[in-house]
Design a protein around this ligand. Structure first.
Ligand code: NAD
Length: 274
């Protein structure tokens, strides 16, 4: 069972969840219900993933009380701006079949559009209206965070960004810590780039865990929330089974040394896709 992290608005977020990017719409309800039944409590979705209907259906099929499941969705780039973001969120809630989400994120800052501040104001309104219990951002860099915090006085609870052993983003994470923002790691397994790295293999051998479990445990121990994706039942179980061992200081330091600032995904400063 996962540990919980405190958010800066008084709510809590499960530290471990699962992600729905590239999960086929037709099997999303089944994957979601199965993951929730095996012990996950956070399901990370987004309008652009095209599977919000299944995400909501899976929450219902799990049989868990609604307040035991943490549901995230995101406002896509083409829906930025105050009015559009309000409408897009209503459409997401309708597809999910829910009256609120636990966490609503702006998916990317899209700096060239220069609409993320207006979009943030819409998220503040949606929180006031109870359509999202908590609001945050994704792929924001320090200048984007400084701007929305400075202009509105509202600090996002979460910034969901790419983090894996080859891209550890220590400066951004330190900024998050200073401002009470939870770091949430996407592509946490880094496309397997570090499965064969010596520190990961050594920690896996010592602890009797897989390289993926060692890397997910590293995310937990740096204090991040982490949302790996697997559509296989065995993979989902493996990724959940990371709370019965600890990486020691030497192992954490050796994994820290793998950072080379290399992204799997796009650079948020340049990414403005509609
Ligand atoms: P991930 O790091 O979770 O890796 C998924 C891949 O690893 C899949 O191919 C899966 O089969 C494999 N895998 C999973 N568990 C494994 C295991 N135990 N051993 C070996 N291989 C394993 O990558 P991801 O899906 O890119 O990211 C996770 C989630 O993050 C997404 O589903 C999505 O919810 C979110 N995300 C958000 C953004 C964003 O812009 N906010 C971008 C990308 C992903």
């Amino acid at each position: 069972m996962t540990t919980m992290l405190s958010l800066n608005d008084g709510h809590q977020i499960p530290q471990l969840g699962f992600g729905l990017w590239q999960v086929p719409a037709a099997s999303t309800a089944e994957t979601t219900a199965s993951a929730l039944r095996m012990g996950y409590r956070l399901v990370d979705g987004a309008a652009i993933y095209g599977n919000e209907e299944g995400q909501g259906e899976g929450v219902r099929q799990s049989g868990l009380p609604r307040d035991q499941v943490f549901v995230t969705t995101k406002v896509w780039n083409s829906e930025q701006g105050f009015d559009r973001a309000l409408l897009a969120t209503e459409a997401s809630l309708k597809r999910l079949g829910l009256d609120h989400v636990d966490l609503l994120l702006i998916h990317w800052p899209c700096p060239a559009k220069d609409l993320y501040l207006d979009t943030w104001r819409a998220l503040i309104r949606l929180r006031e209206d109870g359509r999202a219990l908590s609001i945050g951002v994704s792929n924001f860099q320090e200048p984007h965070l400084q701007r929305i915090i400075g202009e509105t006085g509202v600090t996002p609870v979460v910034n969901q960004v790419e983090i894996n052993p080859r891209l550890q983003q220590p400066t951004l994470r330190a900024f998050h810590d200073q401002h009470g923002i939870v770091t949430q790691s996407w592509t946490p397994l880094g496309q397997g780039r570090s499965f064969d790295a010596a520190p990961v293999r050594a920690a896996a051998l010592r602890s009797g865990k897989s390289p993926a479990q060692v890397i997910l445990r590293w995310h937990i121990q740096i204090g991040a929330s982490v949302i790996p994706r697997s559509t296989r039942e065995a993979g989902l179980r493996e990724n959940l089974d990371i709370f019965d061992f600890t990486l020691n200081d030497a192992e954490m330091a050796a994994i820290a040394a793998l950072d080379e600032g290399a992204r799997c995904g796009p650079d948020p400063a340049q990414f403005n896709m509609a």
